[in-house]
Design a protein. Structure first.
Length: 418
């Protein structure tokens, strides 16, 4: 790892001896190349992340990072009864108040967010994509998500029906928001709807589809989409937003930073369109349960442990993300639009004590593009398959010599990339 430009070891023997006993493994850096560094975050700048591992500090360039995973809580805003605003840039922020007037919006952000000495954020109304006054119950929040996905040709004002348990919406042009009412133009006439009847609003922002992907900072049930992030005083994370504001929150509240900027999709995050397994022998019993047992596994081996592959030097390499597929297993995924490659580090599960043999076949839109035999003891294989413009990608694992004994294929950091 020391020879790679994106990861730099920073410790000498004395420093390693000093930091290792104090190490709290509360973070993990996953690189685009599939390497994982586990330890404690020491520094975050726009250009690098430094993490103290059991072997000493490692500095990784942010342009080479997929995820920085932390230990922040995962509570949702619905759980806490908070409202929220969504910006065109993708940020979803907890808020306690919102006002819209004269083509601008002003919102009071809720803890743990702050903007220096205040919590007030202000920008052009065109930068606001949606707002919710109170997420209330999970049932209403679920209805809101479905309405949010509606293909509308104007703004939507979302109201609570009299039963208080269901939502409805009307198309129009939202022009103002105050503590008393939301004003919407219907057929050219302004109509004021009492604030207590309004659940939220969705603004018609067709240009939002062309907004570039940015750094994502996930916390609670919300997220920030920023230009860069910086750790200050070892405790506070500053995130620069594209609207010109810098938002601060405690690092302890952050669940993850996604540095991929939309350029990576892990296969284990995707829903397969086909996931089938045919056992070597077909025993009697519950076939559905048998297929569930033998189907592809995301981010773990079949024994429930982490995905591992034995490296060329004999060391076991662990992968935080990826797939496990048994012999006679087949899994297919829709190829995401705009992505060009399927990549993974491929090898056999090193746990079984028998000599295993498999044949991996990769097909794109039904056309076989790669067939490779893999045997216990083989060095890991770096899979790279072009998928630009493809509809579906299929991974099929078949028996090699000797039946299905120990034939579990691991695809470390299996991902689609641009």
């Amino acid at each position: 790892m020391s020879g790679k430009p994106w990861a730099t070891r920073l410790c000498g023997a004395v420093l390693c001896a000093m930091v290792s006993p104090l190490l709290a493994e509360d973070a993990a850096v996953l690189t685009l190349n599939g390497e994982e560094f586990v330890g404690a975050v020491d520094a975050i700048t726009p250009d690098t992340v430094r993490i103290v591992t059991s072997e000493g500090p490692v500095e990784v360039a942010t342009g080479s990072i997929h995820w920085l995973r932390l230990q922040g809580r995962a509570a949702s805003m619905a759980d806490e009864g908070l409202g929220r605003i969504e910006l065109v840039s993708g940020s979803v922020l907890p808020a306690t108040s919102l006002a819209v007037a004269d083509g601008r919006f002003q919102a009071e952000l809720a803890p743990p967010l702050s903007l220096g000495p205040t919590r007030r954020i202000e920008a052009s109304f065109e930068q606001l994509a949606s707002f919710v006054f109170h997420l209330a119950t999970p049932e209403l929040a679920d209805q809101w998500r479905r309405i949010r996905q509606t293909e509308a040709t104007a703004d939507l004002i979302v109201v609570k029906r009299r039963d208080g348990q269901t939502l409805d919406f009307v198309e129009g042009i939202i022009t103002a928001v105050s503590d008393a009412a939301v004003t919407i133009e219907l057929d050219g006439e302004p109509v004021q709807v009492k604030r207590e009847r309004v659940y939220g609003g969705v603004l018609f922002r067709p240009a939002a589809a062309s907004v570039p992907d940015r750094l994502r900072v996930l916390f609670g049930g919300a997220e920030l989409h920023g230009e860069s992030a910086r750790l200050v005083d070892g405790e506070r994370l500053e995130v620069s937003l594209p609207i010109g504001e810098t938002v601060t929150l405690p690092l302890a509240e952050v669940r993850a930073l996604d540095y991929s900027r939309g350029g990576v999709q892990s296969l284990s995050d995707q829903q397969p369109i086909v996931d089938e397994w045919r056992p070597y022998f077909a025993p009697p019993g519950d076939v559905a349960l048998l297929k569930e047992w033998g189907g592809a596994r995301g981010d773990q081996a079949y024994d429930g442990g982490p995905l591992t592959i034995r490296g060329e030097d004999g060391r076991i390499v662990r992968f935080a993300r990826g797939l496990a597929i048994r012999s006679h297993g087949e899994v297919s995924y829709a190829a995401p639009a705009g992505f060009n490659w399927l990549r993974a580090t491929v090898g056999l599960d090193p746990a079984p004590r028998v000599r295993a043999n498999i044949v991996l076949q990769v097909s794109v839109d039904g056309q076989e593009v790669l067939t490779r035999a893999i045997t216990t003891g083989d060095a890991p294989y770096e899979l790279e398959v072009p998928i630009a413009g493809a509809g579906a990608v299929t991974l099929e694992v078949d028996f090699g010599e000797g039946g299905d004994a120990g034939d579990n294929l691991h695809l470390g950091n299996a991902r689609f990339t641009k």
